[in-house]
Design a binder for this molecule. Structure first.
Ligand SMILES: [Zn+2]
Length: 236
C-alpha cells in the first residue's frame, strides 16, 4: 500500500494506490463543496466514462449494494461495479474506504459516532464476506481524515451507548471532567475484531479541526464544505 500527498490551490489530495495496479483507481480525498465535486474529480482523473455515487447520509448503519437495489439514503456503499466511484462525505466524521484486492470489491462507509456505535464497520465487513465472498485477509482498509480525540469532546450519554459494543477505557479519555472520544481508534478496533490484518489497515492521521485550516470541520465553524473520499475501479 502506498500513500502520496499533493497540496495545490488549498486542496489536499491523498491517493491510496494499493498494489500500484494501474487498472484500479486510487482512493481520492479532497475537500470541496458538493457543487463542484464532479468537476474536481473530472480534472483529477483522465477518464471520462465514470459515474460517482454518494448517498444522502443520515448517521445510520444502512449500507446500500447498488447491484441489488439503488437507494439514495444510507451511510455505506459496497459494490463490485466498474466505472463507478463510490464515495462518502464528511466534516469531522471519518471516511472508511475498503477494498478486496483479489476480487475487486469496494466499500465506502460514513463513520460518525452513531454509525460506529451501531456497528456499521462490522456490518460492512460482514457484507463483503457474506454477500461478496471476500476473505478478511484480502480486504484493505483506509481510515481517512476525521476529528481527533483532543478536539472531540462528547457528552456523558455516549458512554452508555458505546458501552454495549466497546471497552470504554480503550476509546474514551477524561479531560477536566469531560469525555473525549477517539473515533479513529474505535473504527480500527472493529476492523481488527472483524479479522482485517493490521498490516492491511492504513490511517491518515490528520484531524479536520486542528491539522489544516482548509480542511472542513463542522465543530470549528459549521461549514458547508465536506471532505469527499472515493474509491472504485475504472476500466480504461
Ligand atoms: Zn484535532
Amino acid at each position: 500500500m502506498f500513500l502520496s500527498k499533493k497540496v495545490a490551490n488549498e486542496k489536499i489530495i491523498f491517493q491510496l494506490d494499493y498494489l500500484l495496479q494501474k487498472k484500479i483507481f486510487n482512493a481520492i480525498i479532497l475537500p470541496s463543496s458538493t457543487r463542484d465535486i464532479e468537476n474536481d474529480l473530472k480534472k483529477l482523473i483522465s477518464h471520462n466514462n465514470f459515474k460517482i455515487l454518494f448517498l444522502k447520509q443520515v448517521h445510520s448503519d444502512k449500507i446500500i449494494i447498488p447491484e441489488k437495489k439503488m437507494e439514495e439514503v444510507g451511510d455505506g456503499i459496497i459494490t463490485s461495479k466498474v466505472n463507478l466511484l463510490i464515495g462518502v462525505k464528511g466534516a469531522d466524521c471519518y471516511p472508511l474506504l475498503l477494498v478486496d484486492v483479489k476480487r475487486d470489491i469496494f466499500g465506502a462507509i460514513h463513520c460518525g459516532w452513531r454509525g460506529v456505535a451501531s456497528g456499521i464497520v462490522e456490518k460492512a465487513i460482514e457484507i463483503m464476506v457474506g454477500e461478496f465472498k471476500s476473505i478478511p485477509q484480502n480486504i484493505y482498509a483506509m481510515v481517512g481524515i476525521g476529528i481527533c480525540e483532543a478536539c472531540y469532546e462528547v457528552g456523558d450519554e455516549l458512554l452508555e451507548i458505546f458501552g454495549k459494543k466497546f471497552v470504554l477505557k480503550e476509546i474514551f479519555t477524561e479531560v477536566e471532567n469531560k469525555y473525549h472520544l477517539n473515533l479513529r481508534k474505535a473504527i480500527n478496533i472493529k476492523l481488527k475484531e472483524m479479522k482485517i490484518p493490521e498490516k492491511n489497515i492504513q490511517n491518515l492521521p490528520l484531524c479536520t479541526k486542528c491539522s489544516y485550516r482548509f480542511l472542513p470541520s463542522h465543530r470549528r465553524n459549521k461549514t458547508n464544505k465536506r471532505i469527499f473520499s472515493f474509491i472504485g475501479k475504472l476500466n480504461k
